[in-house]
Ligand binder design. Structure first.
Ligand SMILES: NC(=O)c1ccc[n+]([C@@H]2O[C@H](COP(=O)([O-])OP(=O)(O)OC[C@H]3O[C@@H](n4cnc5c(N)ncnc54)[C@H](OP(=O)(O)O)[C@@H]3O)[C@@H](O)[C@H]2O)c1
Length: 273
């Protein structure tokens, strides 16, 4: 993905068109600081601008909205994200609404969720988009198959269901979404060809919940300090035919999609798409 993006960034720069990832961090959460640093370093290594605003732990909602406004109107910023989670006094949904939808690299603005639901072009939420790309890259058949997603959250389960039911060869699946309202959810995961764990409950998906030889994608994780606890019990590897790595599973593809969204936004602004 990054190899594909590099010449596109060069083309933009050569044409005098800006391409940059703007980031806003509120507070001093160690993990979030690490994620932002990693994204900025990646942007710099891709020869992209990486304007950053860091607000303190006690920043107000209006300071956050003001920072978003400055990034929205900065021509260097073609893609923008506010790192989640934000401190409790911040209304993250309201912040999301303030982001220019065409710069929304996380693809989480309601307008972009609407575009996804309607099959219109626009930035797609990064973790779901990365999962579709991952399955396509490993030539795992999705079209016509049964996919069961454990979790209906807005960053992963729900947009992934919208994506994998779209009519194209790398999607086109029969998708079931299960959650806490479906107590017998293992009945559904056990019959699926592909199971995506998107609950954020460590070890929730166990070997007895999956069909032998099926594909298991671990998306959900819980952070406890520096520890990352995945949804997928490691014994699933004994039963699955194909499984994402225990740690870092869909992290790299999520980042790749963030940069894809950022470059595509720059191309749209430059009139190249
Ligand atoms: N690796 C990455 O880069 C990446 C990126 C994004 C998200 N994630 C992870 O993906 C996970 C999902 O995130 P999200 O924001 O989409 O979702 P979320 O808002 O955290 O929601 C979790 C979903 O899981 C369901 N769930 C929780 N416990 C369950 C249980 N015991 N049985 C059945 N269903 C259960 C919930 O059901 P209800 O709706 O009924 O409450 C909910 O739909 C999180 O762990 C997040 O950290 C990872």
């Amino acid at each position: 993905m990054f190899a594909d993006l590099a010449p596109r960034i060069d083309r933009l720069r050569a044409g005098g068109h800006p391409v940059g990832l703007g980031t806003i961090l509120v507070g001093s959460d160690g993990a979030s600081e690490g994620y932002i640093r990693m994204k900025m370093e990646r942007a710099e290594s891709m020869r992209m601008a990486s304007p950053h605003i860091h607000l303190g732990d006690h920043a107000s909602q209006s300071e956050v909205i003001d920072a978003i406004g400055r990034m929205n109107s900065d021509p260097e910023v073609t893609g923008l994200l506010v790192q989640h989670p934000t401190p409790p006094q911040i209304d993250f949904d309201a912040a999301l609404l303030a982001i220019d939808p065409d710069k929304d690299v996380d693809g989480l603005h309601p307008l972009n969720m609407g575009r996804l639901a309607l099959g219109m072009a626009g930035p797609v939420p990064c973790t779901p988009a990365g999962i579709e790309a991952l399955l396509a890259h490993y030539e795992i058949p999705v079209s016509g198959g049964e996919v069961c997603i454990l979790g209906r959250g807005t960053t992963l389960g729900r947009p992934l269901a919208l994506l994998l039911t779209q009519k194209r060869p790398t999607a086109n699946a029969a998708v079931t979404v299960v959650h806490t309202g479906v107590p017998d959810w293992p009945e559904y995961t056990r019959r699926a060809d592909i199971v995506v764990a998107a609950a954020g409950v460590p070890g929730i998906l166990r070997p007895e919940h999956i069909k032998p030889g099926s594909v298991v994608v671990g998306g959900g994780v819980r952070y406890e300090g520096r520890k990352v606890l995945p949804d997928v019990d490691e014994e699933c590897a004994e039963v699955a035919g194909w499984i994402t790595p225990k740690i870092g599973g869909v992290g790299p593809t999520t980042i790749a999609m963030l940069f894809k969204n950022c470059v595509e936004a720059a191309e749209r602004l430059a009139g190249l798409r």
